[in-house]
Design a protein around this ligand. Structure first.
Ligand code: ADP
Ligand code: ADP
Ligand code: ZN
Length: 228
């Protein structure tokens, strides 16, 4: 990090959607296709928990209960991450903003660097599908690639297709009890952002039920236009 501000042309995409909608899966595909950087506040918070920082200590129990971490903690983490040099390529925000306070804070941060939101894409899925997606989710500890027991299994049992690691991780909060609370938090606090971004003319929607590759294709078409 050298403290220089991000060039004004760097695109900013937001992926909105309930837990398990496929934000992380699709963000990784977009990273590769468009050379953008995925910023997942969930990943940043899990790293803070693992590192035992003050923010991580405050966030741990809240995340395990399926509630939202305080706006102050999340905004600080995101602000710091956005200052890192790689973000000059443009960013895909995955899981941020999740409240109106966070959305307004993002507007302020982007105003400071003269950037704008190219698109806020809402991944639309049924609540019933979420439980199935979340209960089968696992992730490669080596490279972060996401998998699913039934919908996106590894080619070779317990071995990452991308990096060959056998260190597969399941999240502590990916269980049937916590999913209900996370969906509730989504509907109460995050879904209003769909109206927020619609009001700014930035909202796009994608049918996120069905085949992962079909969704990636629809998303790529939309993103190519949004960052052109
Ligand atoms: P999010 O980041 O929105 O929480 P993920 O991208 O982690 O969601 O996806 C949740 C789980 O569902 C993962 O196990 C992923 O492999 C799987 N998944 C993602 N998209 C689809 C899809 N279109 N159909 C079926 N499973 C999917
Ligand atoms: P998912 O997409 O499956 O909900 P995430 O990895 O995005 O998973 O988030 C996991 C948890 O981290 C959330 O349930 C919440 O406790 C916390 N979290 C992540 N992003 C935010 C955010 N922007 N604001 C508040 N809490 C967050
Ligand atoms: Zn891997």
């Amino acid at each position: 990090m050298d403290g220089t501000s991000t060039p004004t042309t760097a695109p900013v995409l937001i992926l909105l959607g309930p837990p398990g909608a496929g934000k992380g899966t699709q963000a990784r595909v977009l990273e590769e296709q468009f050379g953008l950087v995925q910023l997942s506040t969930g990943d940043l918070l899990r790293a803070a928990v693992a590192a035992g920082t003050d923010a991580g200590k405050a966030a741990k129990a809240v995340m395990e209960a399926g509630d939202l971490v305080s706006d102050e903690i999340v905004i600080n983490i995101l602000r710091d991450r956005l200052k890192e040099d790689d973000c000059a390529k443009g960013v895909i925000l995955d899981g941020f903003p999740r409240t109106t306070v966070q959305a307004e804070a993002l507007d302020t941060l982007l105003a400071e660097t003269g950037q704008k939101i190219n698109a806020a894409v809402s991944l639309e899925v049924d609540d019933a599908e979420m439980v199935t997606r979340i209960s089968g989710r696992f992730t490669c500890g080596g490279c972060g690639e996401g998998y699913h027991d039934s919908f996106k299994p590894t080619a070779k049992t317990n071995t990452c297709d991308k990096c060959g690691s056998t260190d597969m991780k399941r999240r502590a909060d990916d269980n049937a009890e916590t999913v209900g609370q996370r969906l509730e938090a989504y509907h109460a606090q995050t879904a209003p952002l769909i109206t927020y971004y619609d009001g700014k003319g930035a909202l796009k929607t994608i049918d996120a039920m069905g085949d992962i590759a079909r969704i990636s294709k629809d998303l790529a078409t939309l993103v190519a236009k949004a960052i052109a």
